[in-house]
Write a protein of this length. Structure first.
Length: 361
């Protein structure tokens, strides 16, 4: 039978199990009545079951010593190489709220600014003053320091003016809106460089056919929001829309020939036609485009980016894979349901004390 071996040494490590073998008794084998051991009676056809009822089985109650080894288990604990129990027990240190606040307030934020705040938004035509507008071809080259709006249309420019058009327009470094509609253009003005504030281009109703030239203009206009090229042969070129959208790595192009540029269309175009050497993070681009298009963020456009003023963010079903927390500490309502978010970029959730409603379904 198993025996326990005790040790006076205090347990320091895990219990050590020692197995020893000893002798144990085994009961005698079962005995049948003598008359049942005859071979003739053991035949299945001739066996008389009544004898079993008359002479039932019996056990021999005597025991004999059998030289068989049985295990003996020693569960006493002895000093060994195990891990020592901590003197203070297994409880964690007491929670210190002041230390926690100090740590979380010192977490550095990853700087992030939505692309819509990196350039000034497009102004409405009514917001341009008369001094900013140039609407007569005869005045091209005048008022270089003030003109931001050039609109020339429905006239036939002479060959000399068409050749000099790019040089004349390059002087308008503050140009925001350019309309050259139905003036017989066969090629775009050769801007060197493209005015950095150019946001609106309308060259519809001409004879433009060079898609490469148009792509270069879009790629060099970091703030371009609206491009209209209808009624030109170039619109029939293969990959026309994808190439133009893909060349706009600043993500500002919102309308092309009167049709809004969707998020999926932009991402596909950038993946296929972004300029060589341009490193793209499509997951981050999707987040930036969707975030910038949300009503509460877009309403801030025109001013400076103030993330601490954003209290509500609704981005359900946008196929987002990352969520960029940034400085969004004042959020009270956050809805990012039906997305594919597996990564949270930029610390900040530790400081979101005001959140009252969160939907992550």
């Amino acid at each position: 039978m198993p025996k326990k071996k005790h040790s006076d040494a205090s347990p320091i490590g895990p219990p050590r199990i020692e197995i020893k073998w000893t002798h144990a008794q085994r009961p005698a084998p079962l005995k049948l009545p003598d008359e049942l051991t005859k071979s003739a009676e053991l035949d299945a056809h001739n066996f008389d079951f009544s004898t079993v009822r008359k002479r039932p089985f019996s056990f021999d109650t005597s025991f004999q010593e059998v030289a068989e080894l049985m295990p003996e288990i020693d569960t006493s604990a002895e000093p060994g190489d195990g891990f020592r129990e901590p003197s203070g027990g297994t409880y964690m240190d007491p929670f210190d709220p002041e230390k926690y606040d100090e740590v979380r307030q010192s977490i550095p934020f990853l700087e992030y600014e939505p692309h819509i705040f990196q350039t000034r938004p497009l102004r409405s035509p009514e917001s341009f003053s008369q001094a900013e507008k140039l609407v007569e071809a005869a005045r091209l080259g005048q008022g270089l320091g003030n003109v931001t709006f050039v609109c020339i249309g429905d006239i036939k420019l002479d060959l000399k003016t068409r050749k000099r058009l790019g040089k004349l327009l390059c002087g308008y470094t503050k140009l925001e809106c350019l309309v050259l509609r139905r003036i017989g253009l066969k090629s775009l003005p050769n801007f060197k460089p493209v005015p950095p504030g150019l946001k609106y281009i309308d060259v519809s109703g001409n004879q433009l056919s060079d898609l490469d030239q148009l792509v270069k203009i879009v790629a060099r206009a970091p703030g371009l929001e609206v491009l209209t090229t209808t009624d030109n042969p170039v619109t029939e070129k293969r990959g026309f829309r994808q190439r133009l959208v893909g060349s706009n790595v600043s993500l500002t192009l919102r309308w092309l020939n009167g049709v809004a540029v969707t998020t999926d269309e932009r991402l596909q175009a950038l993946a296929n036609f972004a300029p060589k050497g341009c490193k793209l993070d499509l997951d981050m681009i999707r987040w930036d485009v969707c975030f910038s298009s949300s009503p509460d963020v877009f309403a801030m456009r025109g001013g400076s980016w103030k993330p601490e003023a954003l209290t509500r963010l609704e981005l359900p079903g946008c196929d987002l894979t990352v969520f960029h927390v940034g400085h969004l500490r004042a959020l009270r309502q956050l809805n990012i349901a039906r997305n594919k978010i597996s990564l949270v970029r930029g610390p900040g959730s530790e400081q979101s004390d005001s959140r009252a409603h969160l939907d992550l379904t």
